[in-house]
Design a protein around this ligand. Structure first.
Ligand code: 26W
Length: 822
């Protein structure tokens, strides 16, 4: 049944009216941005009804809720996605057509809410979509950063960061909820008081504080009238800056509180997989965690009097260690504000909090210096000391005389607060994000904890939402899938995609599938022409690597191989070579120098290769500026080859790999993260696997690395490529521009600390896999079958499956339904 608000006449009227009341304009006079606002407010009208109905239903049923705590929610644009999930996209598109408005152009006016870096933030967004779609009560809890992920410009081949002022035109979908504001306190000292019963009380004094003000975003479930909430917190000074405070001598304090509020939510740290130890970051963490927990407890207490029941009504999922201060903050609230005893508070906390680990990269581990931590969060720190004291007793009981264990597992050690240890000790569940990753956690990184508390450990292989990454990003393929399956069930039941296998031998179907891929390549080629000024041939192989730039993800391996191919083409012009377009997209953390050099190198190679007419356009290299969720949707749809080439053991899961698979691309990858499970689903013959295994990598690492010079000296073609980093080929004669990259692969002599990501070691195996890709692509029939089989085999990788597993094994939530009539 179509929602009456989306009925064409009504919707058109609403849009016209919005343009009038918001901007005092007619449709013809309004700017595209104003039209976007007017349309969005009309859509919001419809969402609000369902939002209210959902929250009323929750109020009535009092289901158990998950609070998904995350520093990042990489939501991407809302308008198109909301329309899809309200099943109104087509109706609205037609209605707008009648008004002479192009929905796609309107969608393009929406800034990408980029409140996240990469995988972890986008996973959180997919999870919210699946939670609402499956009918589970959930809150996403995060920060309303004033500036999200920076916008990336490429100037002279270099990355330049510019601020992302995503809120400048206002956000039509958000709702400010000042009535739920909470105070959050920092610093000061703790005074101990005894009451008349001799009970101890801890009172924080001389603190600074801010007011956390929530903004709610609707999270629309697919076709089920359920609308959950993403609650992100803004900070305001507790007392408005008052001029008379100057006279009272409070001027300084007033300014400080003002600054604290402004600074806390100012910007998302653009570090991915790299811990920097900045005090402001810890402030951000405590800020949103404290506010969210206060709100959660207040909500619980509206219906319940006994806090012992808390674990039956709420569960808190900590997205990596970033919100781990939650366990101590929950303890603080239970002890200090609710006057509970330690044992009771601890029992509740350890039944309520659960932890997901997203990385094994050592440099990503959060370890706060104790002096910084205890100054900023004095009471929380005391509580962590007590947690640590009790935990050490437990370790000693279990491993008498084994002080090495204590040293390895303690929460407070070496002058640091080890957040992962805190999360594991206080959490009732610890999960990795792909099977291999979880095994590595159990066997290596978290081995001591696994041995002591094996029951906490479990795996939840990541997933992605097919609503955004197929329906919205690739409507041609989405419609084709529906037609071929004869049902739309796949939209909420992705394993149904396996029904496509029956078309594997149907020539006509294969042709249709490939012509959709071609259309999507044309669409991307147009985007590239508009944004990069580069012509690319949509009949060439689109070989794509899009993800954050990090050495372990090995964009350097990819571009070295492009340099190698270029040498080959130049040297053997007679050899046949299937035209290829290598597409990159990646942001480097602003302070990550080497990552930025790799971006510059990719652009330099692009310059040389794209402008060499002697190779007849056989090779093109494109670096797509400002890779983000909105252009990602188009990129996945257009890819033939999905580059997933991280050093084995380093990529916890990957989720881009799944988005490519869904859209009919073949994986070229290492046996890392979820690639292992992708290959398992699609079969080894339908993917291109190369390189060291994770066991081999770990083995080398434990034995001090490997000698990259040996490979360099024994492989002249590879040596030539590496030398080209420092012979000026790609730097207009400058031999120093890429010296550091060269050194990272080779220097110093006889030292095995070079090439720690095994790029030279895996190079040949990668090049061979690439040859296989080319051979496979030449055989049109075989290729079409292979990529259709990828789409048909992606059922496991829906975030719907992942969320159902979290619900069954960790969260134990109740399923909710909303009736049609509202
Ligand atoms: C403290 C700095 C910092 C910032 C972000 C450390 C670590 C992170 C994240 C954990 C990095 C991240 O996004 N990890 C990615 O998480 C995805 C979702 O589980 C996985 O698919 C990726 O493999 C993993 O790199």
């Amino acid at each position: 049944m179509i929602n009456p608000r989306f009925e064409k006449q009504a919707f058109k009227k609403e849009v016209k009216n919005n343009v009038k009341t918001l901007f005092r304009k007619t449709i013809e006079e309004a700017t595209p941005q104003q039209l976007f606002q007017a349309v969005s407010y009309a859509v919001k009208e419809a969402i609000i009804d369902d939002w209210i109905a959902t929250q009323e239903q929750y109020e009535k049923d009092d289901p158990k809720m998950v609070y998904y705590m995350s520093m990042e929610f990489l939501m991407g644009r809302a308008l198109g996605n909301n329309l899809i999930n309200m099943t109104a996209y087509k109706e609205v598109k037609e209605a707008l057509d009648e008004l002479g408005i192009d929905l796609n152009a309107i969608e393009d006016q929406e800034p990408d809410p980029a409140l996240g870096n990469g995988g972890l933030g986008r996973l959180a967004a997919c999870f919210l979509d699946s939670l609402a779609t499956l009918g589970y009560a959930a809150y996403g809890c995060g920060i309303r950063y004033r500036y999200g992920m920076f916008k990336q410009k490429i100037e002279d081949g270099y990355q330049v960061e510019t601020p992302d002022n995503w809120l400048k035109d206002g956000n039509p979908f958000e709702l400010k909820r000042p009535e739920y504001a909470k105070e959050v306190r920092f610093g000061g000292n703790i005074r101990v008081e005894y009451d008349e019963h001799g009970k101890t009380h801890f009172v924080q004094e001389n603190y600074e504080s801010v007011l956390a003000v929530p903004y709610d975003y609707p999270i629309v479930g697919y076709n089920n009238h359920i609308v959950n909430t993403l609650r992100i917190w803004d900070a305001e000074p507790i007392v408005d800056f008052q001029l008379d405070s100057f006279d009272r001598g409070d001027y300084h304090k007033a300014v400080e509180q003002q600054n604290l509020a402004k600074n806390i939510v100012e910007v998302l740290y653009p570090n991915d997989n790299h811990y920097a130890g900045k005090e402001l970051r810890l402030k951000q963490q405590y800020f949103f965690v404290s506010a969210s927990l206060q709100a959660a407890i207040a909500k619980f207490k509206k219906k319940h009097t006994d806090l012992h029941e808390l674990p039956e009504k709420i569960t808190i999922q900590m997205n990596d260690t970033h919100p781990t201060v939650a366990v101590a903050e929950l303890m603080r609230i239970l002890l200090d504000e609710e006057n509970m005893e330690w044992n009771d508070a601890w029992e509740i906390t350890t039944k309520t909090c659960a932890y997901t680990n997203h990385t094994i990269m050592a440099e990503a581990l959060e370890k706060w210096p104790i002096d910084l931590f205890s100054k900023l969060l004095p009471r929380v720190y005391q509580i962590i000391q007590e947690i640590d004291r009790r935990f050490v007793i437990q370790v000693r009981e279990m491993y008498p005389g084994n002080e090495e264990k204590v040293a390895k597992m303690q929460i407070l050690r070496d002058g640091q607060v080890k957040m992962a240890h805190l999360a594991i000790v206080a959490g009732y569940s610890v999960n990795g994000v792909a099977r291999l990753h979880t095994e590595i956690l159990k066997k290596q990184e978290l081995r001591d904890f696994y041995e002591m508390m094996p029951e906490k450990f479990n795996n939840k292989t990541n997933g992605i939402t097919q609503r955004r990454f197929l329906m919205h990003g690739n409507p041609l393929l989405a419609d084709w899938v529906t037609e071929k399956l004869g049902t739309k069930d796949w939209i909420t039941d992705l394993p149904k995609m396996s029904g496509l296998k029956k078309w594997l031998d149907d020539e006509e179907a294969l042709k249709e599938f490939m012509s959709i891929k071609y259309e999507n390549k044309v669409r991307l080629a147009k985007y590239i022409k508009e944004h990069n000024g580069i012509e690319v041939d949509p009949t060439s192989i689109f070989d794509v690597q899009v993800k954050r730039l990090h050495e372990y993800k090995r964009q350097l391996l990819n571009i070295l191989h492009v340099m190698y191919l270029y040498n080959q083409i130049k040297e053997h012009p007679e050899k046949s070579f299937y035209p290829r377009t290598f597409i990159f997209g990646a942001k480097a953390s602003a302070g990550y120098i080497r990552a930025k050099q790799i971006i510059k190198l990719i652009n330099s190679v692009a310059d040389v290769v794209n402008n060499d007419r002697s190779i007849n356009g056989k090779l093109k290299v494109v670096f797509i500026e400002d890779y983000r969720v909105s252009n990602a949707e188009w990129i996945f749809a257009a890819a033939d080859v999905s580059e997933q080439i991280s050093t084995a053991s380093k990529e916890a899961s990957g989720t881009g790999n799944m988005k490519f698979m869904l859209n009919g691309a073949a994986t070229l990858g290492t046996m890392d993260g979820a690639n292992v499970e992708i290959v398992e689903e699609v079969g080894a013959d339908n993917a291109f696997i190369f390189g060291l295994s994770s066991d081999e990598v770990i083995n080398y690492e434990q034995n001090g690395g490997y000698d990259s010079r040996q490979i360099y000296n024994s492989d002249p073609e590879l040596k030539r490529v590496v030398d080209q980093l420092v012979d000026g080929t790609y730097a207009q004669g400058d031999t120093e521009m890429y010296r550091d990259l060269y050194n990272s692969l080779l220097m110093p002599q006889g030292n095995n600390q070079a090439d720690v990501y095994f790029i030279l070691k895996d190079f040949r195996s990668y090049a061979e896999a690439q040859e296989k890709v080319e051979a496979a692509y030449r055989d049109k029939d075989r290729w079409a079958k292979m990529v259709l089989l990828n789409t048909a085999s992606c059922g496991k990788f829906s975030s719907d499956r992942t969320i159902q597993e979290y619900v069954d094994d960790i969260w134990k939530l109740d399923k909710e339904t909303i009736s049609e009539e509202i």
